[in-house]
Design a protein around this ligand. Structure first.
Ligand SMILES: N[C@@H](CCC(=O)N[C@@H](CS)C(=O)NCC(=O)O)C(=O)O
Length: 209
């Protein structure tokens, strides 16, 4: 049994989508980031970083969105969210998951929380983040133009769900991800999956839904 601690639209979204795609039963527990509930002693006891998501897996708290999404895919191989270990698409799959987690997601953290470490440099950090994010969209869009429509070509995977979450995060940026044609087409395609409607309803997402 799983319990997902979430804040609407936050890094939990890819984990939530994965749980819906595999059809596993789970509970949701909302954390109000605006009110600072992520820093409450009760929440810090399960996630010492004070961030969402946390996924309780058989009573054990697990952290880091990319790890949680991979864990869900691994625990429910029948849902085919990830190419099997040893298969030809395993390497590109892992590469995309790592790229999204290591290169793109951290720059979003700088965009949304620019005052994390150097409050006096917030403006410069945001400007830098915007450049970094748009560079990633250039790269991914060019890849999709060559070998789309999904990140793994004809094969839908968890990596596309991860990308969908990150594209949504850019909706109010000066140049949203959907300004790139292949990214826009992929977002439209992924939003037709039943998991998308369900996640929007469950998390109460109305913007870019
Ligand atoms: N590396 C973490 C980052 C999670 C993260 O930054 N979550 C944000 C929401 S998207 C958060 O909880 N922010 C609240 C805060 O930093 O106070 C992960 O991927 O799970």
């Amino acid at each position: 049994m799983y319990t997902l601690y979430y804040a609407p639209g936050s890094a939990n979204l890819v984990v939530h989508l994965a749980l819906l795609e595999v059809g596993a039963p789970f509970d949701l527990k909302k954390i109000d980031i605006e009110k600072g509930e992520q820093r409450s002693p009760a929440y810090l006891a399960i996630n010492p970083h004070g961030v969402v998501p946390t996924l309780m897996v058989d009573g054990q708290p697990c952290m880091e969105a990319v790890a949680l999404a991979l864990l869900v895919a691994e625990r429910h191989p029948e849902a085919n969210l990830a190419p099997a270990p040893g298969s030809a698409q395993r390497a590109p799959f892992l590469q995309w998951m790592a790229y999204l987690a290591n290169t793109l997601q951290p720059v979003f953290r700088q965009w949304f929380f620019p005052a994390d470490h150097l409050p006096e440099a917030s403006e410069a950090i945001k400007a830098n983040a915007r450049i970094g994010i748009e560079k990633c969209w250039d790269y991914i869009d060019a890849h999709l133009a060559k070998t789309g429509p999904y990140l793994l070509g004809e094969r839908f995977s968890l990596a596309d769900l991860y990308l969908l979450m990150l594209m949504r995060w850019a909706r109010n940026m000066p140049k949203p991800a959907t300004s790139w044609p292949q990214l826009a087409a992929l977002a439209t395609r992924l939003k037709t999956r039943p998991s998308w409607n369900k996640v929007c309803e469950a998390e109460g997402l109305v913007e870019w839904a």
